[in-house]
Ligand binder design. Structure first.
Ligand code: NAP
Length: 503
């Protein structure tokens, strides 16, 4: 991140001098991933929690200390909380089903509160959801309220911030709004599209999170945070439509089943159905600030909705999205098992290779461009069909794309893959996150052979079920030409141009 990318340089508060370690939980997520570098940049000693793969995060944000801990495994929290002064609580499991995420989120909060008590943590700062606490809330908003109540039970002083939808490059809400407007010409408007909401820009959320840390009087209090605009969802879509100058017909409909609309929207936008479904369930409830007390402590002007959209658009155009909703690990955490962690080697594999005179650096650059807007060089239609099939099965699909089209890090997503390993100019290992009756990996490798290079692609597949085996043999004929064409495409696209020696 360069200096201009930090949001808190505009804050009127000053970094605390006597502050001990600050713990950021949920640091691999959308908000946490933006908070960590801000705190480090302000000179704080930051410890960040990742559920797995702490080493790869250490490389991405070297200024922070990364520890592995899972809030559902209480023992792991003790080490994370040792010597911590203030802990941010940004843990959330939105991709789980409604019942499971409520259970998981509450249990995580109980464990976190107990560990904080044991390790004598002085403060907890929590970012939750807005919602009128006097009316019945959706499971998502209800759960956010219960988490706040749980965290407040311990001796650590809780500062609770409540926000409605957060708009910023890479936020799920922004990508849903932008995706619907970009892809559709006709948008049905059920009655709930007229519910009001008070969106807030991600920049302002980060400033409030850091600001309350630096103002001790905010301890033990709850604040509602929001942008200056109160808008209906329909208005929000229309503002985006105007911004990109597209003609769209919005028409009223009587059918209002949110599950149905979440599913249909998931076929169109980058965000998968489980997230949209959990977010959209809250859509019947007005999410508007009930107090503006935060302004007494942090009176900076918040960014209007339209400007937040423009900033998000511009970050996308500049390919400078620092965190994205897809950064958090997938719900079925077992999907995160790595190739080398399998108890036995994958039973199935395919290998494709070609020898080329092109340089390793050029080949690797080309490998790292796959997916997202670039596509898969060949057979894009088949990749898209596979993605659509995945979306129909409520999977992640290929519309998820990539955070950046030019840079790639371990844990980044590429359509329905996630980067598991990356060794510059040598290897890129992708792990499948699509719906599969097994586990799959794609490994691109470049070997130096003196005057030439061997560019190879190996597909691994691990399954124990009959269905898994049927799936492998069914897709095998497609793999043969999709993967062969893929490495041919990678070789062709790599520059500077050289001559391919032989296949
Ligand atoms: N984003 C919004 O639009 C929005 C709006 C209003 C309020 N908020 C609030 O802001 C907070 C952060 O949201 P977010 O959008 O940053 O969420 P997010 O991107 O989904 O990230 C959630 C984080 O929680 C971590 N996590 C989940 N279960 C865990 C466990 N058992 N142990 C340890 N870590 C665990 C995830 O780690 P893995 O990477 O390992 O999964 C991830 O780092 C939430 O409380 C949310 O309610 C967000």
């Amino acid at each position: 991140m360069d200096k201009n990318d930090f949001f808190c340089t505009e804050l009127a508060t000053s970094p605390l001098k006597d502050q001990g370690i600050i713990l950021v939980s949920g640091a691999t997520g959308y908000i946490g991933g933006r908070l960590v570098p801000e705190l480090v940049n302000r000179g704080y000693r930051v410890r960040a929690i990742a559920r797995a793969d702490a080493l790869s995060y250490q490389a991405k944000w070297p200024g922070a200390e990364w520890v592995e801990a899972d809030a559902l495994i209480p023992e792991t929290l003790d080490r994370a909380m040792a010597d911590v002064d203030t802990a941010y609580y940004l843990i959330h499991s939105l991709m789980l089903s409604a019942r499971r995420f409520e259970e998981a989120d509450l249990q995580a909060a109980v464990n976190f509160r107990l560990a904080a008590e044991k390790q004598k943590v002085k403060r907890i700062i929590y970012l939750g959801g807005l919602g009128d606490s006097c009316t019945p809330l959706s499971p998502h908003l209800h759960c956010r309220t219960l988490v706040a109540q749980e965290l407040a039970k311990g001796p650590a002083q809780l500062t609770s911030l409540r926000a409605a939808i957060i708009i910023g490059s890479g936020s799920a809400s922004y990508e849903i709004i932008a995706g619907l407007v970009k892809k559709l010409r006709l948008i049905p408007m059920p009655r709930w599209a007229r519910t009001r909401c008070q969106p807030i820009a991600v920049r302002d959320v980060i400033k409030y999170l850091v600001g309350v840390l630096e103002i001790r009087e905010t301890t033990g209090r709850s604040f509602d945070i929001g942008g200056p605009d109160i808008l209906t969802y329909e208005e929000m879509l229309k503002i985006q439509k105007k911004l990109i100058g597209k003609r769209i017909l919005f028409f009223p409909v009587f059918y209002s089943n949110t599950g149905f609309y979440a599913y249909i929207a998931s076929l169109v936008v980058s965000v998968p159905a489980p997230i949209i479904r959990n977010l959209i369930k809250s859509i019947h409830h007005e999410v508007i600030c009930q107090n503006s007390d935060i302004k007494k402590y942090l009176p900076f002007p918040t960014i209007p909705y339209k400007e937040a959209l423009l900033r998000a658009l511009s970050r996308e155009e500049q390919d400078k999205i620092h965190t994205r909703w897809s950064d958090a690990y997938p719900p079925a955490f077992e999907l995160a098992i790595k190739l080398h962690q399998l108890s036995e080697p994958p039973q199935f594999s395919n290998y494709y290779a070609l020898e080329t005179l092109k340089e390793a650096e050029a080949l690797f650059k080309s490998v790292c461009q796959i997916g997202g807007k670039t596509g898969w060089f060949h057979s894009n239609f088949l990749w898209r069909m596979r993605g659509l099939l995945d979306r129909l099965l409520m999977g992640i699909g290929t519309t998820r794309g990539r955070r950046s089209n030019t840079s790639l890090h371990i844990n980044d997503v590429i359509d329905f893959w996630r980067v598991e390993d990356l060794v510059p100019d040598r290897k890129l290992l992708l792990r499948a996150e699509m719906k599969l009756p097994g586990k799959a990996w794609l490994e691109f490798a470049i070997q130096d052979r003196g005057a030439s290079r061997l560019l190879s692609l190996k597909a691994y597949y691990y399954t124990r079920s009959i269905l898994g085996k049927i799936n492998w043999y069914f897709f095998l004929p497609f793999h043969i030409f999709i993967f062969r064409d893929l490495i041919l495409g990678i070789e062709e696209k790599s520059r500077p141009k050289g001559r391919t020696k032989k296949k």
